[in-house]
Design a binder for this molecule. Structure first.
Ligand code: SF4
Length: 477
């Protein structure tokens, strides 16, 4: 049996795509190789959101090249956003690559491999499926229990933020029918899934394909809710009652509607945490980024989300050193961090991406200033995160256990309803994987928490009682 090895860079969307690549390969008779040297097919699934990822790709291709040129005759494929962005150009930079594959062309991979094996020259396949968008279904794995899973609801992006290459590498927005989304979630939950994260570049812009999103905004709340994102959340909550938690990533602040806020208030299945990328706290920079909201808009929407559910926390994405960012702009970002009270953040130094409008803005910020601002931003968020984690000591949190703690024998790890990572002790002989359990927090770590199951007195009957109380919780989180 032939073997494959997939190396993934970048975002959650890419991790999800890699899973689909693996499923397509397994369906055509491949099995996973334990290391690249044993593979008949090497796939590098790339990200082009930041420059570093492209450098990593070229360096990895250099590492893989000897396998390709060895006796095994390994086929080398590059997939993902760099493949889509560079197409034929990638073959000029790395002529030993056999297949360049765009994100929408994953199902064609086995046929392309056959062509290469029959002696075809290197192939580039980077065609968007605009007319008939395909959303590959995640298949529950028979050999491992997956407590959490991702389900794609839309792909592409119409926002055109000036720093971002995604609209070029993923195309315009395409939406998946609600029936298909709900069906896939039902299958995943039947297979043991307990938490689903809905996935899309601007996930909350989802609307039923064919429904006119702009027109539906002016309809009554009931009418609008049937075909837009908040309505999808309500439908999933109703039709998949065994689902414990429903998250979504990444939402755009522009699409945080009153209907979506109301869904957070009404649906227990939506946890008390939202990751809402803001990028900057300066209106001047938000305009230069073409984000289409102001800092005040953002604060109003996050305030509404906080009011929707007691204790709701927020995290965000930031870019520092965007062209023209002054000290005053950056101070406004720090002010927003304090005002919203983010408990976590992903922050990156701006790096120019090919084909993006920001390339023409000029006003480069020096690397030294970018480094200094990034450190200050991380320090501001770390202070808030640390105070937040400390405030949870002694509290009982509902934790969805995902499995054993990595590298920590005897403990399990899961996430609270606010998305904190919790490492926990369970009663001896009791495996809480896949269950929602009450955990008393006894210690904060830097980015996570430590705790013990509330019924962990070590007695087997207590473990059984915990299991019963978990079943009692039903669909609530
Ligand atoms: S919303 Fe902006 S940052 Fe997000 S994928 Fe679209 S263009 Fe990129």
């Amino acid at each position: 049996m032939k073997q494959y090895f997939v190396q993934t860079f970048g975002c959650q969307m890419n991790v999800h795509d890699s899973r689909r690549i693996e499923e397509v390969l397994r369906a055509s008779g491949y099995r996973e190789a334990t290391e690249p040297a044993l593979a008949d097919l090497l796939v590098v699934n790339t990200c082009s959101v930041r420059e570093k990822a492209e450098h990593k790709l070229m360096s990895l291709l250099g590492t893989f090249r000897p396998f390709k040129e060895g006796q095994r005759g390994t086929v080398l494929a590059v997939a993902g956003c760099v493949a889509q962005q560079e197409g034929e150009r990638l073959l000029r930079k790395a002529p030993f690559v056999d297949i360049v594959l765009g994100p929408d062309n994953i199902p064609e991979l086995p046929a392309l491999i056959r062509e290469v094996e029959q002696g075809a020259p290197p192939i580039t396949r980077t065609v968007f499926d605009m007319d008939d968008p395909q959303f590959l279904r995640a298949k529950p794995q028979a050999d491992r229990r997956e407590v959490t899973a991702y389900v794609t609801v839309m792909k592409g992006c119409d926002e055109r933020c000036t720093f971002c290459i995604v609209p070029y590498t993923r195309g315009s927005e395409r939406y998946r029918p609600a029936d298909e989304i709900v069906g896939e979630i039902q299958d995943l939950v039947s297979g043991g899934g307990r938490e689903i994260t809905l996935l899309g570049q601007t996930v909350n812009s989802w609307h039923e394909p064919g429904a006119d999103a702009e027109a539906s905004k002016s309809e009554s709340r009931t009418a609008a809710s049937t075909s837009r994102f908040a309505g999808l959340l309500r439908r999933i909550s109703k039709e998949v009652p065994d689902l414990q938690r429903l998250r979504y990533t990444s939402p755009h602040p522009r699409h945080i509607t009153p209907e979506l806020v109301a869904a957070h208030a009404d649906l227990d299945v939506l946890p008390a945490h939202v990751h809402l990328p803001v990028q900057s706290g300066s209106d001047r920079l938000l305009r230069r980024m073409a984000r289409r909201y102001t800092a005040e808009d953002y604060i109003a929407r996050t305030d509404a989300l906080k009011r929707s559910k007691p204790g709701l926390t927020l995290s965000s994405d930031f870019i520092v050193g965007f062209p023209g960012e002054t000290e005053s702009d950056f101070e406004q970002t720090l002010e927003l961090v304090r005002r919203v009270g983010f408990v976590a953040a992903f922050a990156f130094k701006y790096s120019p991406r090919p084909y993006t409008p920001a390339l023409k803005l000029g006003d480069e910020v020096s690397e030294e200033v970018k480094d200094e601002r990034l450190a200050r931003l991380f320090a501001a968020v770390a202070t808030q995160q640390s105070a937040h984690l400390q405030s949870l000591v002694g509290q009982e949190l509902q934790v969805l256990v995902e499995g054993p703690s990595p590298g920590d024998t005897g403990r399990f790890a899961g996430r609270s309803e606010r998305n904190e990572i919790v490492h926990l002790m369970a009663p001896e002989g009791y495996d809480p994987t896949g269950e929602l359990v009450a955990v008393t927090i006894d210690e904060p770590y830097r980015h996570s928490l430590s705790g013990y199951m509330a019924d962990a007195a070590g007695l087997p009957e207590r473990g059984r009682r915990t299991r019963l109380s978990v079943l009692d919780v039903g669909g609530a989180s």
